[in-house]
Ligand binder design. Structure first.
Ligand code: CMX
Length: 434
């Protein structure tokens, strides 16, 4: 058994009595109340999920395993001369809550290498899709197509033992993760680089992805930063919740992640990063190469809102401050691409959009989220095909959601099944007489 798997098993075994105690002895303690607004309004803020992998404070932003983004980034092992940690080390950290040593990290890297070969049928299936399929369709299809490899599904057929279910879920999750850099870079080069593929150099997650994309350093570090930042945002967001929900039916990691990626592909969620760049391109076209003034930018923002669209990259269902994932990327831009034209536009939006959203009085959070800044960095390093951006979000998000469903099985979380009411019933609860 690998060091990571052994520590994970110890952590799960140690944690189980806490969950059991809460359930058995305190099961009827009330955590909150539910209003009609919450029921009709997308279950916003109903406290009904539990995860220890990350927690999203509305004002502070995300903490992974109790650590802020800068603290986690600083503590985790990094490749020599690089600014951002090994993705493999971060996976270890998400699963166990422990910062791995360099030696433990190297063990995970070797484990990933041994699982990274992608079956030929996956490439054949992606190639068989219509060329104009969205890259998220290709990613989700590739993951789903591999379901026949599921160790969890085979093990379930042979006889299911609830307390052991995390083992094959962990195996499937690691198998999938190890293949994602290759699958996503394949999709990119198939769609945008005439299917001229580059072989896996077998270095580490971030380096492999950058190399197979065909982009030189420091893009490997950009990839590491990007995947870590997009990994987890507690478990109520659409992609995490969908993955968890599907896994709660004891569907395996392939079915569950593929479904979660479908949720990530929505414009109110992960697609917003492509929408930011699309929106900016429209602005730049209208400007015909001229530098925009703040006044002009305000006008474009107003026009977008007046046409009934949202401003992509701004607002959040939970956050009530600027997203620290946005801040991290902004700092990266200030260091590496301070004079980039698109960065300047995005930075101008940072000043222009919030007062306008505040004045309109609708959005509960007028500040930028992770998606406002991420496309700029990709664009700068040559990934200008913005409909690919959500795929990279998906690769990062896979780390978080797969860690979560491994723990879901470890703690034996139940089949998810909320209760629905009819409108008549809600009206009766509200005291509306008809
Ligand atoms: N531009 C315009 N209007 C916005 C807005 C924005 N950026 N953000 C919120 N609003 C509007 C909502 O559309 C809603 O209007 P209606 O009452 O007419 O439906 C109102 O303000 C209240 O919304 P909210 O409670 O503040 O926000 P929600 O929790 O409903 O939605 C989110 C959150 C992210 C979907 C929303 O802010 C939005 O659409 N933002 C733009 C898209 C985006 O950047 N998504 C990425 C989020 C991060 C991620 O998951 O990747």
């Amino acid at each position: 058994m690998s060091t990571l798997k052994r520590i994970l098993k110890e952590k799960i075994d140690a944690h189980r009595p806490r969950t059991t105690k809460l359930l058995k002895e305190f099961g009827d303690v009330k955590v909150g109340e539910v209003t009609i607004e919450q029921i009709i309004g997308g279950m916003r803020d109903i406290k009904s999920l539990v995860t220890d992998i990350s927690y999203l404070d509305p004002l502070e932003g995300i903490r992974f395993r109790g650590k802020t983004i800068p603290d986690a980034m600083a503590a985790l092992p990094k490749p020599a001369g690089k600014d951002y940690p090994y993705v493999e080390a971060f996976w270890f950290f998400l699963l166990t809550g422990e910062i791995p040593s360099m030696e433990q990290t190297k063990e995970v890297i070797e484990d990933f290498k041994s699982r990274s070969t992608i079956p030929q049928y996956v490439f054949d299936i992606i190639r068989a899709l219509p060329k104009d399929s969205h890259p998220m369709v290709m990613l989700s299809t590739a993951v789903l197509a591999m379901q026949r490899e599921s160790k969890f599904a085979k093990w379930y057929e042979e006889g299911f033992k609830k307390l052991d279910a995390w083992d094959t879920m962990y195996e499937d999750s690691t198998d999938i993760l190890a293949k994602l850099p290759g699958i996503s870079a394949f999709i990119y080069r198939l769609k945008y680089k005439n299917d001229k593929q580059i072989a896996d150099p077998n270095i580490d997650f971030g380096s492999n992805f950058a190399h197979m994309m065909g982009i030189a350093a420091p893009y490997d570090d950009v990839a590491r930063m990007y995947f870590v930042l997009h990994s987890d945002h507690e478990s109520g967001n659409v992609s995490a919740h969908t993955t968890h929900l599907v896994a709660s039916a004891l569907s395996d990691a392939y079915y569950s992640l593929s479904a979660g990626l479908g949720g990530l592909a929505g414009p109110l969620h992960g697609l917003a990063n492509q929408e930011v760049l699309r929106w900016l391109q429209e602005v730049m076209e209208k400007l015909n190469g001229e530098e925009p003034t703040e006044e002009l930018m305000k006008k474009f923002v107003e026009e977008t809102l007046d046409s009934g669209q949202v401003i992509p990259g701004f607002g959040h269902a939970v956050l009530r401050k600027t997203d620290p994932r946005y801040q991290q990327q902004r700092e990266f831009c200030q260091k590496h691409l301070p004079n980039d034209k698109i960065f300047k536009y995005v930075d101008m939006l940072f000043h222009v959009v919030p007062p306008i959203l505040l004045a309109k009085g609708k959005a509960k959070n007028p500040w930028p989220n992770v998606d406002a800044q991420s496309g700029v960095i990709q664009w700068f390093y040559g990934v200008q095909e913005y409909d690919f951006y959500t795929v990279m979000f998906g690769v990062g998000r896979a780390l978080g959601v797969l860690a979560n469903i491994t723990w879901d099985r470890g703690l034996g979380y139940a089949l998810e099944r909320p209760k629905s009411l009819t409108t008549d019933m809600l009206e009766a609860v509200a005291g509306i007489k008809k």
